[in-house]
Design a protein around this ligand. Sequence first.
Ligand SMILES: CC(C)(COP(=O)(O)OP(=O)(O)OC[C@H]1O[C@@H](n2cnc3c(N)ncnc32)[C@H](O)[C@@H]1OP(=O)(O)O)[C@@H](O)C(=O)NCCC(=O)NCCS
Length: 166
Amino acid sequence: MMMRLPFMRPKRRDFSIARLTVKDTPAIATLHREDFVRPWTDDEFTALLSQDTVFGFTVLETGRASAGPAGFVLARLAAGEGEILTIAVARAHRRQGLGWQLMDAVLRELHSERAEALFLEVDESNVPAVHLYRRLGFQEVGRRPAYYQTADKGRSGALVMRRDLR
Ligand SMILES: CC(C)(COP(=O)(O)OP(=O)(O)OC[C@H]1O[C@@H](n2cnc3c(N)ncnc32)[C@H](O)[C@@H]1OP(=O)(O)O)[C@@H](O)C(=O)NCCC(=O)NCCS
């Protein structure tokens, strides 16, 4: 049997979660542009982050913080209810648990703030996101038909999902 030498083992990447600040705005706007048909501008992110009710997290590769975030999530907490405003993980870093870690950071924050529930809206054709939310315990509580414009100028429905925090 062939032995695997230690130096041949692929290097395990470590990531850590940090609180999102206004200085992250250009980097997260760039990540957002990768995936959304109507990307938000730097100014829109800056305006959201200046609101007291809005908070978020980035995920950074350990030792490579200067490379910018590998993903981020933006959320709002108002009147005891949380809402995911947006979440994105860079394509090169998908399916490594980073989306999960970002959502977990939001859930922890909302627990510590004694929020009752977390809501979000997601394009029903967005398989990765819908799977992620279902695995995190979100349940469908509504549907808005033809809510999103798709890249091919079509329309697709939005699912409204809720996760109980009590
Ligand atoms: C949705 C998104 C944030 C998920 O990020 P991610 O870091 O790749 O997700 P994770 O690695 O944490 O995956 C956690 C779970 O989500 C589900 N999931 C993630 N990607 C999936 C895919 N392509 N297909 C099916 N299920 C998927 C799986 O259940 C996965 O667990 P598993 O890998 O143990 O099976 C990412 O795909 C993304 O940035 N998409 C573009 C932006 C977007 O659509 N945002 C959501 C808008 S509401």
